[in-house]
Design a protein around this ligand. Structure first.
Ligand SMILES: Cc1cc2nc3c(=O)[nH]c(=O)nc-3n(C[C@H](O)[C@H](O)[C@H](O)COP(=O)(O)OP(=O)(O)OC[C@H]3O[C@@H](n4cnc5c(N)ncnc54)[C@H](O)[C@@H]3O)c2cc1C
Length: 268
């Protein structure tokens, strides 16, 4: 439960309300994390919130945070050299290892690309182990697309399909307009041998699952990352209980067939 002191090493503005922070431990080697895991970030005197790791496994601890309230806004205001507390990593992982040999479809909405980025980087780092790989990403507007430079680099690869859409576009946007689940119909993958990783607003994940199921992807090969308010991160306090599961302990990554009935259950 005791946070480890970390220092902000680098701070990058992603969107008007979203920042990526690279954190370094004040002492020691820092934590090892796997794609899908999260930490509890503590801003001294303000509070602590769960934030997914968005950095490459084996690399520095990196988080991408959207300012939506007191704690997340305080994290976004931290400057290089400022200290914060880190607990974790917590939670289970995107099943990248289990996807070896299969096609991989990554469906991300908005800031949902942040928790998926480590999985994308891990798949690309071990590209030869997978069949077709598709990244389908949607945001509200072109200005809300995360990691635009990295998206451009990924688009230039021959071994990765990148399809991007926005809900609404102003002048200058030449790409697709529409919701991200619509991209599933035209993505190249073999439904009989596909593993899908999905993260974004719950309504988007619901329609993404529907699109994947319509293409023939079995429900036990579709994985979601779930979010609920959390406190301890260790399965003790019950804050993130969803039905019979505690998201911090059993998740945040769930198989769709295990979580489908609980989606839409409102937070207490
Ligand atoms: C496992 C996990 C991973 C997460 N990863 C990230 C991440 O990588 N980047 C990121 O920016 N955020 C992430 N979040 C969401 C983040 O934890 C919340 O935005 C944060 O807790 C809000 O706290 P606050 O004090 O800033 O705002 P609050 O004042 O607590 O809330 C402000 C608003 O945000 C809503 N809210 C609070 N918590 C959540 C939540 N968990 N999900 C959705 N809405 C919420 C509230 O209902 C309220 O409307 C993650 C959450 C979980 C559970």
């Amino acid at each position: 439960m005791t946070p480890e002191p970390y220092r902000v090493a680098r701070r990058t503005r992603e969107l008007s309300d979203t920042w990526t922070l690279e954190l370094e431990p004040v002492s020691g080697d820092g934590i090892d994390f796997a794609p899908g895991q999260f930490t509890m970030l503590y801003v001294f005197g303000i509070g602590e919130v769960p934030i997914s790791v968005s950095g490459e496994p084996g690399g520095p601890l990196i988080h991408t945070v959207r300012a939506v309230g007191a704690v997340s806004a305080a994290i976004c205001e931290l400057q290089p050299g400022d200290m914060l507390g880190v607990r974790g990593p917590f939670g289970n992982v995107w099943p990248v290892d289990a996807a070896a040999g299969a096609d991989v479809v990554v469906v991300a909405g908005g800031i949902g690309l942040a928790p998926l980025r480590p999985a994308v980087l891990q798949v690309l780092g071990r590209r030869g182990e997978f069949g077709d790989v598709a990244l389908l990403y949607g945001s509200r507007t072109p200005a809300d697309l995360l990691y635009p430079d990295e998206l451009s680099r990924w688009r230039a690869r021959f071994d990765l399909q990148v399809d991007v859409t926005v809900d609404s576009a102003e002048g200058g946007w030449l790409g697709k307009v529409g919701v991200v689940p619509k991209l599933i119909g035209s993505a190249r993958f073999d439904p009989d041998s596909t593993v899908a990783f999905v993260c974004g607003p719950e309504i988007m994940m619901h329609f993404a699952a529907r699109g994947l199921l319509e293409r023939g992807v079995p429900s036990d090969r579709i994985y979601f990352s779930m979010e609920r308010n959390m406190r301890c991160g260790l399965g003790h306090c019950g804050h993130c209980q969803l039905g019979s599961t505690l998201i911090c302990r059993d998740g945040p990554v769930y198989r769709y067939d295990e979580i489908a009935e609980l989606m839409g259950v409102r937070e207490l």
